[in-house]
Design a binder for this molecule. Structure first.
Ligand code: GDP
Length: 196
């Protein structure tokens, strides 16, 4: 059965001690606010409202869990990069996200969503730095690719791949568009590989 055929919301956590039991295999989606994370998840899950669970008031700062087939899970991590977030909220976010990506055994891989026009911003780099000691893979979706010309798309992809290689990340990257539904099969394949 298709990996994303039956995605069902299961739980939310505000703190590390509220996470569901650390068993099974999960894949986590992460990215700057407005990068296109919800749209990417909804496109992959072929379910227009799915990730909007994560956008309902009160849930944007939560780690939201969804069940996939075979006991696997999809995890929607809170978006970062909002300038207006109060320092206490920011500190809590950093503590929780760093703790989750560095310490979660069931986490098999990270999907980092970046606007293809603004890849590898400081928040993205910080997240990659927290995650890198685990040695686990990250797959970068350069989304909103439809906003770039073909030449610009290729240039961005090369730039990102070069920088990931330079920083010795265990990372892959691809172009994606939720609007045009491009890159969907490639993303599904890579996510299935990471989930094992
Ligand atoms: P999130 O905050 O990372 O979850 O971002 P959203 O998925 O809510 O997307 C933020 C904005 O970007 C919305 O206005 C979306 O319609 C738009 N957007 C998301 N993905 C794409 C895409 O692939 N192409 C285009 N052109 N716009 C997109």
């Amino acid at each position: 059965m298709k990996l994303f055929a039956n995605v069902v919301y299961t739980a939310s956590a505000h703190d590390l001690d509220q996470l569901p039991p650390d068993v099974g295999a999960e894949i986590a989606f992460v990215g700057r606010s407005n990068a296109g994370k919800s749209s990417a998840i909804n496109t992959l899950a072929n379910h227009t409202r799915l990730a909007y669970v994560s956008k309902t008031p009160g849930r944007t700062q939560l780690i939201n869990f969804f069940a996939l087939n075979d006991g696997k899970s999809l995890v929607d991590l809170p978006g970062y990069g909002y300038a207006k977030v109060p320092p206490t909220v920011k500190a809590h976010w950093e503590y929780t996200l760093a703790g989750y990506v560095s310490g979660r055994d069931s986490l098999r891989g990270l999907v980092l969503i970046m606007d293809a026009r603004h890849p590898l911003k400081p928040g993205d780099i910080r997240l990659l730095d927290w995650y890198q000691p685990t040695g686990k893979p990250v797959h970068c979706l350069l989304t909103k690719a439809d906003k770039l010309s073909r030449a610009e798309q290729n240039k961005t992809l090369k730039l990102v791949l070069d920088e990931l290689a330079r920083a010795k990340r265990n990372a892959t990257a691809q172009l994606f568009s939720a609007l045009k539904k491009t890159g969907v099969i490639e993303a599904e394949k890579r996510i299935a590989e990471m989930l094992g």
